[in-house]
Structure formats: structure tokens, C-alpha cells
Design a protein around this ligand. Structure first.
Ligand SMILES: C[S@@+](CC[C@H](N)C(=O)[O-])C[C@H]1O[C@@H](n2cnc3c(N)ncnc32)[C@H](O)[C@@H]1O
Length: 214
């Protein structure tokens, strides 16, 4: 059993070790986390950091499509990974809560949160149902992040509508790939995952790459 003193020393050593091994970009993300964390949402710190690193890894002019932005928590993590680049996030959302959340008017909060984070130059909101947006989509996608409706048919439609636009080697990530969200879990396990390479998980995020070279 450790004493409070031993625990304090251990925590201090862990903090120093983390700071020494962290890149300056990751330090920047950690310093911005309180801002991200002030935005309501369900994304865990580990998942936010994963989104940040994935966005950072993309080429300078990459396009990121996020389906389901809510009040901007995950959008900010992605946008922090775009700082200093020409990358853009297309934040697709009906901004009404969809079938899983209470009906709400979310766009004012989303807009306010992106503005106050100083990241609006990286974010282009696309207001509408993802199925409608998919029909008129015509740009290559380097990173597709799906966190919209969690109903099975809707998740399948999001994947079917946007996956053809993902470039070979592009990143695909789905949030809530666990039994708590059976619609997402089934679509991920039966349809999405078998079509990807380099599969991995970060808490409730499941991710992979579209086969082929970027
Ligand atoms: C779980 S929340 C997204 C959370 C967000 N990614 C975050 O980390 O803060 C789901 C969002 O998807 C949106 N949504 C649900 N169904 C949709 C649909 N069919 N088309 C577009 N947006 C939808 C809702 O309005 C809601 O904002």
C-alpha cells in the first residue's frame, strides 16, 4: 500500500516522463484540452487526442469529413490538428439532435464554440441530413469520421454515401463501436471493418484505412 507521499512522488514522476516524451504538438493539444473539455459532448480525452493526431498526420491540403459535430467537441480536436495548414473539416450535421438525442437547435452553440476556440478558418459547417449531403458530395476525402445517427440503417447509409469518396489509404473512424450502440457496432463489425486495413481501436473509436496507397 502506498502512502500519500509516495503517490504524490509517483504522479510527479509520471507527469515529468509524459512531458519529456510528448512532442511539442501533443503538448499544444494538452494545453488546449480545457477549452475542448468545456464543450459538451461524449468524446474522451484519449479519443480527442487520437483525432488530433490523425488530422495532423494528413497532407497539407487534405479534406476531413466529420458526420455528427453536435456542439463542436470532436470538431475542435480535428481542427487543432489542422492548425497552420490548408486542411479543412467539413462538419456535416442536421444540428437538430437526430434520432438519438433530444430535439434541439445546436447550430448556435456549435458556431460559438468553434469561433471562441479560434479555429473557424479550418471548419466549414455543412448543415443538413448526411444522406442528402452524400448525394451531392463531389470532393476526395482523406479522413472520414462518422459520429452521426447511431441507428443501423443510418450508419450504413453514411458509410455507403461517403466511403466511395475516400481516397485509397485514407483514414476512416467510427465513434461508439461497442455493444452499447448496437446499430454502430453491427455496421462496423459486419460491413465497415472487413473493408479496411490497419484496424485499431482507441476506447470507443474504431478506425482503419481504405486499402490502397495514399
Ligand atoms: C453523438 S452526436 C456527435 C458528437 C460529436 N461528434 C462530439 O464528439 O461532440 C451526433 C450528432 O449527429 C447529428 N445527426 C444525427 N443524425 C443525423 C443525420 N441523419 N444527418 C446529419 N446529422 C445527424 C446530431 O444532430 C448530433 O449533433
Amino acid at each position: 500500500m502506498s502512502t500519500p507521499f509516495v503517490t504524490r512522488v509517483r504522479l510527479k514522476i509520471e507527469k515529468v516522463a509524459r512531458e519529456l516524451t510528448e512532442s511539442s504538438a501533443e503538448r499544444g493539444f494538452r494545453r488546449n484540452w480545457p477549452l475542448v473539455d468545456s464543450i459538451e459532448g461524449w468524446l474522451l480525452p484519449s479519443e480527442g487526442k487520437w483525432l488530433f493526431n490523425a488530422a495532423r498526420s494528413l497532407p497539407n491540403h487534405a479534406s476531413i469529413v466529420e458526420i455528427g459535430s453536435y456542439k463542436g467537441r470532436s470538431t475542435c480536436c480535428l481542427a487543432l490538428g489542422c492548425r497552420g495548414s490548408e486542411k479543412r473539416i467539413f462538419a456535416v450535421d442536421s444540428f437538430d439532435g437526430g434520432p438519438d438525442l433530444p430535439k434541439a437547435t445546436l447550430f448556435p452553440d456549435f458556431s460559438h464554440n468553434i469561433d471562441r476556440s479560434g479555429l473557424s478558418q479550418y471548419v466549414e459547417p455543412v448543415v443538413g441530413l448526411s444522406s442528402q449531403v452524400a448525394k451531392r458530395w463531389d470532393k476526395p476525402i482523406h479522413f472520414l469520421f462518422v459520429d452521426g445517427s447511431h441507428q443501423y440503417e443510418d450508419v450504413m447509409a453514411d458509410f455507403a454515401g461517403f466511403f466511395p469518396h475516400v481516397v485509397p489509404g485514407g483514414i476512416i473512424a467510427f465513434h461508439d463501436v461497442n455493444e452499447g450502440w448496437p446499430g454502430v457496432f453491427r455496421a462496423w463489425s459486419e460491413t465497415v471493418k472487413p473493408q479496411l486495413t490497419d484496424i485499431g481501436y482507441c476506447d470507443a473509436l474504431g478506425y482503419g484505412r481504405k486499402p490502397g496507397c495514399a
